[in-house]
Design a protein around this ligand. Structure first.
Ligand SMILES: Nc1ncnc2c1ncn2[C@@H]1O[C@H](COP(=O)(O)OP(=O)(O)OP(=O)(O)O)[C@@H](O)[C@H]1O
Length: 514
């Protein structure tokens, strides 16, 4: 299946500085062009206007003049006649042409937002004044709003006025309130805080704490050259912390990607991140959708149509960790076939045969070779009765070529990519050791077999995360008796925190100094 939803617009090439390798340069430029991004309205005009508004709020004399500006004009000119409807609105939503909902919504069922529009929680009479657009996504729009009651900014997600989106947003509200209130009451585990939710003009509005740029924006600011290892470690540690809590709650995020990890305002000058967007999340053991996760971060079991668990978030997490280091997506496939081929080539190996036997989409990507496939150099002497179809075989079957993206860095294994990455200066012994630890860390995350892939708690004890000396391949402790998912009659999904108990821990035990 080709991508339909979740397509985002190209962001344009980055301001690329003089390089060590033109191969990497063109790769980055193409990846930015290929990777679709939510159209952001953080234009200069909007930014300037918002800082003006802030200035107005802070200076009482200016605030008074501004508030009473109509009266002031009337005093100056008795013929001055202010009519609200003639006041030009600064629209933030595109398109801003009224179509549905008595002219309040556009053709996409998005509420047409404009600067100074008030979104009101009628129950509490709390008002949120729209100031700028933060993001327009699948489920609706996220606007930066001024909360007059707390004198602070919040991010308000205004869900599209359509039953399916409303239902999924209700799920987001219920899962996030459970995570916030029950599993992270003291806001220690890097999960966004939901502050309020209410209906407004047939749209569900969800209010969140205001956070900063997302990690993709951060990587772009850094010319897609990746972050220093210390930041990769800190961010990974914090995302893992959130994943431990989510697994404890039995929640699968289903859309973990750099765009959904936001930088928190600095506390004591320490960098921090939080996981956002539970709009695709579901409870483990109650999975409904099969078409989930953004393509670059989609796990093999989801691609193959196999029952999935919280392990799919660990796959996405592995892709994110690698991307933070190299600055570029690990598997930027132009189609699902391309993503799977890249996984096989870069990680080595392929999904285990019993998974391939049971998965719904195996025939889309693999050929059952009948007897044992002896493997080849690229597959590490793999022995399997399945092999991935060649491009020609896919073309012959589908009567069209599979979409294949360019390879802009030298083809090969992940470890080679990490060690040969031109922007890193691996002169120091300590840096080389850190890199070895990173490669070993990634090994346990981008593991084809979801039952062998490390859980967040197992990963959290890896030397790359703890900062201990890396002495050799990490062997995680055994967490729970392994009951292969989809290969057993009943599966204990640990929805209520059994994961913690099995490990003899409570969520509070695992905390790091950030
Ligand atoms: N709490 C927040 N603080 C600041 N910005 C935010 C916040 N929440 C969301 N955003 C911005 O809005 C964007 C879209 O948010 P979100 O992912 O929740 O919406 P979505 O409709 O589910 O989007 P998508 O379709 O991309 O998944 C984010 O990438 C981020 O840039």
């Amino acid at each position: 299946m080709e991508e339909t939803g979740r397509e985002r617009k190209a962001a344009g090439p980055p301001p690329w500085a003089p390089t060590k390798s033109t191969v990497f340069r063109s790769y980055a430029a193409a990846v930015v062009g290929d990777r679709a991004e939510a159209p952001s309205a953080r234009g200069n005009g909007v930014a300037a206007r918002s800082s003006n508004l802030r200035a107005v709020r802070k200076r009482p004399i200016v605030a008074r003049l501004t508030r009473d500006i109509v009266q002031t004009f009337e005093k100056c000119n008795p013929e001055f006649n202010y009519v609200d409807s003639l006041n030009p609105k600064h629209f933030l939503t595109t398109p801003a042409v009224p179509v549905h909902n008595d002219g309040l919504d556009n053709a996409n069922s998005d509420l047409i937002l404009y600067v100074n529009l008030e979104l009101v929680n009628k129950k509490s009479d709390r008002r949120y004044i729209v100031e700028e657009m933060l993001g327009q996504g699948t489920f609706g729009q996220v606007a930066k709003c001024w909360d007059a009651e707390t004198n602070s900014y919040v991010a308000v997600k205004v869900i599209k006025n359509q039953p399916a989106f409303y239902q999924q947003a209700i799920m987001e509200v219920s899962l996030l309130s459970m995570l916030n209130d029950k599993f992270d009451p003291d806001d220690q585990h890097h999960i966004v805080r939901m502050l309020d939710f209410f209906p407004w003009k047939n749209h569900l509005c969800i209010t969140f704490e205001m956070l900063g740029h997302n990690l993709y924006e951060l990587l772009k600011k850094n010319n897609l050259r990746g972050l220093q290892l210390q930041f990769v470690r800190t961010f990974s540690r914090q995302i893992l912390d959130a994943l431990i809590v989510m697994k404890g709650a039995g929640i699968i995020h289903c859309d973990l990607k750099p765009e959904n990890i936001l930088i928190t305002p600095k506390v004591n000058s320490a960098a921090g991140v939080k996981v956002i967007d539970f709009g695709s999340a579901c409870m483990e053991g109650k999975t409904i959708y099969s078409y989930i996760q953004s393509r670059y971060y989609r796990s093999p079991e989801v691609l193959l149509g196999y029952p999935y668990t919280t392990a799919i978030d660990m796959w996405s997490f592995g892709c994110i960790v690698a991307e933070l280091y190299i600055g570029l997506p690990l598997f930027p496939g132009a189609s699902e076939y391309d993503v799977l081929s890249r996984m096989i080539e870069m990680v080595g190996g392929q999904p285990p045969d019993d998974l391939l036997r049971e998965a719904k989409n195996t025939r889309k990507f693999f050929k059952h070779a009948g007897s044992i496939y002896p493997g080849n150099e690229a597959h590490d002497g793999l022995r399997s009765s399945y092999r991935i179809l060649t491009e020609d075989e896919v073309e012959a079957r589908d009567s069209k070529k599979p979409k294949i993206g360019k390879w802009y860095f030298p083809r090969g294994r992940l470890d080679r990519l990490i060690f040969s990455y031109p922007w890193k200066n691996l002169n120091e012994e300590a840096e080389k050791e850190d890199c070895l630890a990173l490669v070993d860390f990634l090994r346990g995350l981008v593991e084809f077999d979801p039952n062998k892939r490390w859980s967040p708690l197992q990963a959290s004890y890896h030397p790359f995360i703890t900062g201990e000396a890396f002495t050799g391949p990490y062997e995680p402790f055994r967490e729970t008796p392994v009951i292969p998912v989809g290969r057993a009659a009943t599966v204990d999904h640990n929805p209520g925190g059994g994961h913690w108990l099995a490990a003899g821990l409570s969520p509070q035990v695992v905390s790091w100094k950030h």
